[in-house]
Write a protein that binds this ligand. Structure first.
Ligand code: ACO
Ligand SMILES: O=CC(=O)O
Ligand code: MG
Length: 365
């Protein structure tokens, strides 16, 4: 175990100082593209400025024959795309490297950091099993940053997609000051857990609770009864949210593979948002708008939150006491929830003019 005094010291001579806080940059949609796919790569420059994160995916969904082309394509994009990546950019540049036990992960990092380390914001590491995986990436990044003369540390994001990873979730989140967040990897996680599903994220009609029968007669048992579909991912997302909040980092939903079902996609994203996630992956351009809508607080919620903040301020502003608003009691605890909402809205509005206009109109109206 590292001593507390060493935790924020660079892991290589000449590497940048690790961060003591992870900036809350907008990351509602982490949009995946395959840099070896010319059609997808061609769309990247036009997406800059309108999506919070563009992620060059090197892992699953990229054919083995294209692994090198994807890596090189990402270098080309990172070096030549105006406005993409870096601490001031509106659109961050992330990558998902190959799994640490694959033949490609080492070359992914040793190629990308010298070539585009100055614009690369976050490295997403798949199939993280425990703190040891983060420690390995942490040290290697420090060595590569020192060699490349980088002046800011690249952050690390882990995908939770093994049972061991879920069991070790707290130690993964706390393994390095570079840890930026966690994403749910529902497809690999389902396989690793031996869940009996075949989908990439989302619900399942068989995972349900049924209304009690009117009586134990055969007729009533076989009668039509209401069923309520449950969320397969609730437990894992809730664990992620708590582990991330405890360590000051950010939880994300992951992929929703039914690209055509935009309605269920929005529902699944919203469940994650309500539980505390800050964003999600987008696999197809049409999922970007869904993610941006869901992970931005609604105009109604922001307006209500502002009213609670104003009412509690009128009471003295120190959070003590209680008021009635629309028949409901508000006090310090609901004030704190409202402040989460208002602060998120302000942060997002600062980089999203459309949202800024909507929130401003609500304030005036
Ligand atoms: C479990 C996991 O690991 S999930 C993460 C890994 N998976 C991914 O990253 C998948 C990324 N997405 C994709 O590969 C594709 O979107 C697919 C395969 C799902 C669907 O692709 P298509 O069948 O081409 O979709 P569709 O025909 O609707 O595409 C419309 C246009 O958008 C483009 N497009 C599709 N997806 C993307 C994307 N993610 N980014 C940029 N452009 C895209 C297509 O190239 C096509 O371009 P064109 O109009 O110039 O021909
Ligand atoms: O990588 C994502 C997953 O769901 O698996
Ligand atoms: Mg996966």
């Amino acid at each position: 175990m590292r001593s507390a005094k060493d935790f924020f010291r660079p892991l290589a001579v000449g590497a940048p100082t690790p961060p003591t806080e992870i900036p809350a940059r907008p990351s509602r949609a982490i949009h995946f593209f395959d840099p070896s796919n010319p059609k997808m790569a061609a769309k990247v420059p036009d997406m800059v400025g309108s999506v919070d994160v563009l992620l060059g995916n090197l892992e699953d969904a990229v054919k083995a024959d294209n692994k090198v082309a994807a890596r090189e394509g990402l270098v080309e994009i990172g070096q030549n795309t105006e406005g993409l990546g870096g601490p001031e950019a509106q659109t961050q540049l992330w990558t998902r490297i190959n799994a640490l036990d694959s033949p490609w992960a080492l070359d992914d990092l040793t190629t990308l950091i010298p070539a585009i380390g100055h614009t690369l914001d976050v490295v997403m590491v798949p199939k993280v099993q425990g703190a040891e995986d983060i420690h390995y990436v942490d040290r290697l990044l420090a060595q590569l940053e020192a060699k490349a003369g980088l002046d800011r540390p690249i952050l690390v994001h882990a995908i939770l997609e093994t049972a061991r990873g879920v069991a070790n979730i707290e130690e993964i989140c706390g393994a390095s000051p570079r840890m930026q967040g966690l994403s749910l990897g529902p497809a690999d996680l389902a396989a690793d857990r031996r869940m009996k599903t075949t989908r990439v994220g989302g619900g399942h009609p068989g995972y349900l609770v049924r209304q009690d029968p009117a009586s134990s007669s055969e007729a009533d048992i076989n009668a039509s009864r209401s069923v309520f579909q449950q969320d397969l991912w609730h437990y894992t997302i809730a664990r992620m949210v708590d582990a991330c909040a405890m360590h000051g980092i950010y939880p994300y939903y992951g992929p929703f593979g039914d690209i055509a079902d935009v309605v269920a996609c929005e529902d699944q994203f919203r469940n994650a948002f309500l539980l505390g996630c800050v964003g999600t992956w987008s696999l197809h351009p049409k999922q970007i708008a869904i993610a941006k809508k869901v992970f931005s607080p609604s105009v109604e919620d922001v307006a209500h939150a502002r009213r609670v903040v104003a009412a509690m301020s009128a009471l003295g502003g120190d959070g003590t006491g209680a008021v009635m608003l629309d028949g409901k009691m508000e006090d310090d605890a609901s004030l704190k929830q409202c402040l989460v909402m208002v602060e998120l809205a302000e942060r997002l509005a600062a980089t999203d003019p459309e949202l800024a206009e909507l929130y401003a109109a609500a304030e005036e109206g």
